[in-house]
Design a protein around this ligand. Structure first.
Ligand code: CP
Length: 331
């Protein structure tokens, strides 16, 4: 791998950024989301598609604290840090001293004491990144907190749509499936709304709360009826691991009503984008011919995961440096 591609000029894009933590998309402004996406695009271009290295964050260290499984998020945070010249620490709860009774916060403080600049955390309990943002002095990034939010997943989905459509504003985007248990759904819902999309929340009544309608979103229970109007479909995994009781009679019945398949593709617009955060369950929310077909951008989403994570690491680090220099001169 080649290193030290030409450093991009990000001045102007980053001047107004002042957040040291990325905990959700709900609390971000539209301008802040646009900044994260603009910087991600610049860094993707400067690293020739997230493949080459830059020395923007040399000397810094990113710790991944994952208390839940991950393939995409964990590895892409690690690669994003390395692409920008930072070091990484990989913590997995299995095999760690949490088995000896150490608390989540004490574990995080222990890792921070090794000299890290960002803690990236995934945990099954909503709000754990907010807890760390109060307890730690370094930057904190939410890599998924239970069913609450997964902000970098929302950002990579937005970036992928923007690359294909130029803008989010005015698009009709349907989020389909297990909305009740999906942190990806929640981050997409807030991000898409702030950037001006019409958001349809679609799934079985047991997995889509009517409250979304009260908040101004369109709620639908029949995928076939909304398909012709959609510019983008984001197919969410059924999160069996987070459900106390099965919300539909059988997987077969769910797939009959909501799986995106070749027959349903004939109802869709000719340039529809098919997205899925992954991991995908082939035959449940999406069939192989659609997942691997010409409308699918699932693997582009994965690459864009590195871009938005480089952007988040870079922007939080900038704000952190400014904060620390103000503290040191007593501003
Ligand atoms: N989409 C997503 O968060 O995937 P992982 O669970 O593999 O990180």
């Amino acid at each position: 791998m080649a290193s030290d591609s030409k450093l991009p000029d990000l001045t102007g894009l980053t001047d107004s950024w002042n957040r040291r933590h990325l905990l959700d998309l709900e609390s971000l402004s539209a301008d802040e989301i646009r900044t994260l996406l603009d910087v991600a695009q610049e860094l993707k271009n400067a690293t020739e598609g997230c493949r080459r290295k830059l020395s923007l964050l040399s000397g810094k260290t990113c710790a991944n604290l994952f208390f839940e499984n991950s393939t995409r998020t964990r590895n892409s945070f690690s690669l994003a840090a390395k692409r920008l010249g930072a070091d990484t620490v990989e913590f997995g709860s299995s095999g760690s001293s949490t088995a000896k009774g150490e608390t989540f916060a004490d574990t995080a403080k222990t890792i921070e004491a090794m000299g890290v600049d960002w803690v990236v955390t995934r945990h099954s309990t909503p709000g754990t990144p907010n807890l760390l943002a109060r307890e730690l002095t370094c930057c904190v990034i939410n890599a998924g907190d239970g069913p609450h939010e997964h902000p970098t997943q929302g950002l990579l989905d937005l970036l992928t749509i923007r690359q294909h459509r130029g803008s989010i504003e005015g698009l009709t985007v349907a989020l389909v499936g297990d909305i009740a248990h999906s942190r990806t759904a929640r981050s997409n819902i807030w991000g898409l709304k702030k950037l001006g999309a019409h958001v349809i929340i679609c799934g079985p009544p047991t997995l889509v709360s009517p409250r979304w309608q009260e908040l101004g979103f369109e709620v639908a229970h029949h995928l076939d009826e909304i398909l012709p109007r959609c510019d983008v479909l984001n197919l969410l995994r059924i999160q069996f691991e987070r459900q106390n009781a099965r919300p539909f009679p059988s997987v077969h019945e769910y797939a009959a009503l909501y799986a995106m398949n070749a027959k349903r593709m004939r109802l869709a617009s000719k340039d529809i984008l098919i997205m899925a955060p992954g991991p995908i369950n082939r035959g449940v929310e999406i069939t192989p011919e659609v997942a691997d077909g010409p409308h699918s951008v699932i693997l582009e989403q994965v690459t864009n995961g590195i871009a938005v994570r480089m952007s988040a690491l870079y922007l939080l680090s900038l704000a952190d440096d400014r904060y620390r220099s103000q503290m040191s001169v007593g501003v």
